[in-house]
Write a protein that binds this ligand. Structure first.
Ligand code: PRX
Length: 650
């Protein structure tokens, strides 16, 4: 076992030139990592001291995993908006560009927004929210396209102590309604429409649909495309109108370190998406520190993360991490293949991007389009590449490294989760050699541990379930409104440890290789999805009796969505119905949940006690019929032959 792991582990060294001027050499990493474990309080107090605190914390780590009670910097007071904006303006950096906005169409003018301007915009939005009636502690739902006002809305909430809940602009009205209802959010901020690859996304009209199911006191609408939208008298307000005359000052609310900053919904093995809660102090320190060391940002550089602010990557590494570091971050409204497959590289060239952070699914899709799209642009500004969201296959890693990076720069493959707030496992650019496909080493303060299914600790080069044994500042504190679910989901499998839901290998050099989810969560194009959510959507359809959803390997998306569907008696399976059901899921959840395969079957393989045998369904979807294991315990073993035949026929 160990030998195989080692032989696979091709080592790629970082060129010496790329190590010049880095924040952290290998010796620094080793010393800092050791201190972060041995003297956690001293280490994190030092990191926290780069931020402004209204009251400096005297308590640093303040947590327990059994019972579960997680706090950091407990008696500190701060405001993340102050650290992201006011602090830099006060330090004379108001003229530095904070955001470069690259619109969907390359022909639409670029917007560059300085720190002083972003502060002024945020104050205006904060004042408008107050005028609308939003108060400290209120939950505000944000449903925005990738435009600067999306970041402004988040920062404005943070400024006045409101808790933002950003809902990805690709989600359906039902998904918005569910999220509004779950966190009892009275307020919504949206745009009239979004733009993606020249297509209009009907954001306001989706909000209108959602608000037929749940209520909100007010909707603030940012004009973006100028498209026609309906405004409900007394409830809906245009931002450009309501913001007229708001004061040009708005002090940052003094917040306690453990006050909530945001809620972000994410999928799990069971039930509805969970509202993961992050609190201000720990999240501020974690995103500031990880951005600083992982991306090794240097003043004057242009940093671009291609994520959407609707996901945690956008929260931590488009908005809070870069801005707290005073960086210049690029925000891109569009998609990688519009107007052509070279758009990413055209944007890198146009804005002389130095640091580029994207997802393996995008890399694979662009790799397929051929090298010419890359080589026709001048990418010499690039210095550092990053990957996030799913395991990167070595072939895609190679292409990213050789063709995009010209073999001349480090790649940071960053493993983390919505719940971790920021990056947990990665190589550091000036410190570590790289191994294609491996995330690398634990970040400061991160204590990974591999355990078997019974919880026995596995040492050395091995493979198992990935747990984290000690808290870190950026850790999620609870599930909104359901602390018991938080404990059940993350701390009940292995008592006293945070369980990530991921499988992982560790090689003889202590490099970590994430192998993917070991629960009923799938990762489709870097989007995390609960198979249970897709199943619930399918069975809502009147013709569907039962559904079981599993992931299967997909060349571009990493994993695709494979749905086994049993229809109600008397309903005939055909292509039209498959199309209808696909559309149904899109409408219920959103386009990211569109099934790749619908496999009609007269029944699902179940144990005699009625439990669906997902392991068998997964193997069949993977075309792996040789290792189905023991099927004799099934209530109806003959079903399996029919399922295999059905799989072979598609
Ligand atoms: O399975 C892991 C995968 O994405 C999951 C977290 O998804 P989400 O909360 O949506 O956050 C995505 C962005 C941080 C993880 O449990 N994952 C994330 N990054 C990597 C990864 N798998 C392998 N390598 C990565 N670099």
């Amino acid at each position: 076992m160990q030998e195989t792991i080692d032989r696979q582990a091709e080592v790629v060294t970082v060129p010496e030139s790329a190590k010049q001027g880095t924040h952290c050499t290998l010796a620094d990493y080793q010393a800092m990592y050791q201190r972060s474990i041995d003297d956690s309080d001293g280490f994190w107090a030092d990191q926290a001291s780069r931020l402004d605190w209204f009251r400096a914390p005297t308590t640093i780590a303040d947590w327990s995993f059994d019972p579960v009670d997680i706090k950091w910097f407990t008696d500190g007071q701060l405001n993340i908006c102050h650290n992201a904006l006011d602090r830099h303006v006060a330090a004379g950096k108001g003229d530095v560009t904070a955001l470069i906005f690259e619109p969907d169409s390359p022909d639409t003018p670029v917007r560059k927004i300085t720190y002083a301007e972003l502060l002024a915009e945020t104050i205006k939005m904060a004042g408008t929210l107050k005028k609308m009636g939003v108060q400290k502690g209120d939950r505000v739902t944000i449903y925005m396209p990738m435009i600067p006002e999306g970041a402004v809305a988040m920062l404005a909430c943070a400024r006045i102590g409101a808790v933002h809940s950003v809902v990805f602009g690709g989600f359906s009205p039902d998904a918005i309604a569910g999220r509004i209802e779950d966190c009892l959010s009275d307020w919504v901020i949206c745009a009239d429409e979004g733009l993606r690859g020249s297509k209009r996304v009907p954001l306001k009209s989706n909000v209108d649909e959602a608000l037929k199911k749940v209520s909100a006191r007010a909707v603030l609408v940012v004009r973006h495309t100028g498209g026609d939208v309906a405004m409900t008298e007394g409830r809906d307000h245009w931002y450009h109108e309501l913001s007229e005359g708001v004061p040009d000052t708005c002090e940052c609310e003094v917040m306690n370190a453990e006050d909530p900053l945001f809620i972000l919904y994410t999928s799990g093995s069971t039930g509805k998406p969970k509202g993961v809660v992050h609190t201000i102090g720990g999240y501020s320190v974690w995103t500031e520190t990880t951005f600083r060391y992982v991306f090794d940002y240097r003043p004057g550089e242009v940093y671009w993360c291609t994520a959407d602010i609707g996901w945690v990557t956008g929260h931590s590494y488009i908005v809070y991490g870069p801005l707290q570091n005073g960086a210049t971050a690029l925000m891109f409204e569009g998609v990688p293949n519009y107007p052509d497959h070279d758009r990413f590289w055209a944007v890198v060239d146009k804005h002389k991007v130095n640091i580029f952070y994207t997802a393996p699914t995008a890399i694979r899709a662009l790799m397929r389009e051929g090298d010419a799209h890359v080589t026709k642009h001048d990418l010499s500004s690039l210095r550092l590449l990053g990957s996030v969201g799913e395991p990167i296959n070595p072939e895609a890693w190679r292409w990213y490294h050789d063709t995009v990076g010209k073999g001349a720069m480090p790649i940071v493959d960053t493993w983390w989760q919505t719940e971790t707030g920021g990056i947990m496992i990665t190589t550091l650019p000036g410190a570590h050699d790289m191994k294609p496909g491996s995330a690398g080493k634990p970040f400061f303060g991160v204590c990974p541990q591999l355990v078997d299914n019974d919880g026995a600790v596995l040492n050395g080069a091995t493979e198992g379930n990935l747990c984290i044994t000690a808290s870190w500042p950026g850790q999620s504190r609870t599930v909104y409104g359901d602390h018991e679910r938080f404990i059940q989901t993350y701390f009940s499998n292995y008592k006293g440890k945070y369980f990530t839901g991921d499988g992982c290998r560790r090689d003889a050099d202590d490099y970590y290789w994430i192998t993917g989810r070991v629960d009923d969560v799938i990762n489709v194009s870097g989007h995390r999805m609960g198979t249970a959510e897709v199943e619930s959507a399918l069975v809502l359809h009147e013709m569907v009796a039962e559904a079981a959803v599993v992931g299967f390997p997909h060349d571009i998306k990493g994993q695709g969505i494979y749905c086994y569907v049993t229809l109600n008696a008397g309903i005939e399976a055909n292509d039209d119905l498959a199309k209808t059901l696909r559309q149904w899921v899109r409408t219920e959840i959103g386009p990211i949940a569109t099934p790749d395969h619908l496999h009609f079957t007269p029944g699902l393989p179940k144990t005699r006690s009625g439990k669906i045998m997902r392991r068998i369904l997964r193997k069949i979807a993977e075309n792996d019929f040789g290792s189905l294991g023991d099927t004799s315990t099934l209530a109806d073993p003959s079903l399996v032959d029919g399922l295999i035949e059905g799989r072979l026929n598609r």
